[in-house]
Design a protein around this ligand. Sequence first.
Ligand SMILES: Nc1ncnc2c1ncn2[C@@H]1O[C@H](COP(=O)(O)OP(=O)(O)OP(=O)(O)O)[C@@H](O)[C@H]1O
Ligand SMILES: [Mg+2]
Length: 384
Amino acid sequence: MDKQLRNPFVISGYVSSEYFCDRVEESKELTVAMLNARNMALISPRRMGKTGLIEHCFNNDEIRREFNAFFVDIYATGNLKEFVFIFGKQIFEAGKSKGAKFLDKFFNVVSSLRPAFKLDPVTGAPTFEIGIGDIEQPEYSLEQIFAWLESSDKPCIVAIDEFQQITKYPEKNIEAILRTYIQRCKNTTFVFAGSQRHMMQNIFFSASRPFYQSVSLLYLEAIAPDEYVSFVQRHFQKAGKTISKEVICRIYDIFEGHTWYLQNIFHRLFNTIEKGEEATLTIADQCLRYTVNSYKKLFQETINLLSERQREMLYAVGKAGKATEITSGAFVNKHALVSSSSAQTAARQLLEKEILTKEDNAYMVYDRFMGLWLSDVYGMGYNL
Ligand SMILES: Nc1ncnc2c1ncn2[C@@H]1O[C@H](COP(=O)(O)OP(=O)(O)OP(=O)(O)O)[C@@H](O)[C@H]1O
Ligand SMILES: [Mg+2]
């Protein structure tokens, strides 16, 4: 029996298929790729559901039965050593519950990481801790990890999350090194997930780069409104609470279906009303405002760290909601910006900081709560 949650709208991590909305097609595509040893790249804006989708596929019965699946999040890594450490650690963590036999074999093959293996003096539990400086030859350790994957009892699936991070490593040849190992794998399939679309596309679709055309691509869009409406209604009904399609659609539309923001609002809304009550538009609007305002301090701190030109650009985009042609005379004049070249520079810097994002030539504030807050403070405001 799956775990029952008090609040069915999960806002961090993956729980089970019961609390996971739709993604039927995408799960099928990713699972089929995994079963057929085809490497995939999974791309979407932040918080759309990449990690959740991978976990959901790892939870599939056939995958669980027939594969060893590993999830390696490299967001916090800044060089090859750290990559190797995290990679080794994730395999260790996933396998340690299998006991001494697993650990023996792992450290026999990945001998260079053996110093990281310790037993907790109090509990006796196996742990993996290494000073990053202890990895002397990261390439050699990497080779050993790949050798272990290839010699594993079952075929392996390795999902590397936030893969675009490797482009920020100081090592020049990192893509070529990884590509060489990955290409040689016969027993291991990879999923490369990332949120920076351009960086990810450059890695996999520039003819001059080592990973060129080595994967099939899955671009994760928003969940379709109808699917999300029935998901929300099912969970409200199960708890004896009511919500109309109209209210759900209004919330869906204000976030353009962006998953984490939706989940966040429905999580609060679900908590706000009692059994037997209905979540009306007024209550939903209050929840939304409360949530957006709860981040106010954070937004103000973020804005305080920006230069004046960057701030002006952020306000201009926040006011517009979606802004195109931000270097045009009309836009520069309308928002009293200094010049079109300074507008361009500010926008580029805000994109790099991930404060703005750009889709199909339109700029918008990346954090949708921040976008709403800015439109309230500097623009036309928002209403459900
Ligand atoms: N299909 C889904 N049904 C319900 N909730 C979901 C679904 N997909 C994702 N979520 C929820 O949305 C949030 C964001 O999902 P997730 O962490 O998978 O996004 P992500 O694309 O990996 O984001 P990031 O790029 O920031 O790592 C999570 O809280 C998760 O619980
Ligand atoms: Mg993620």
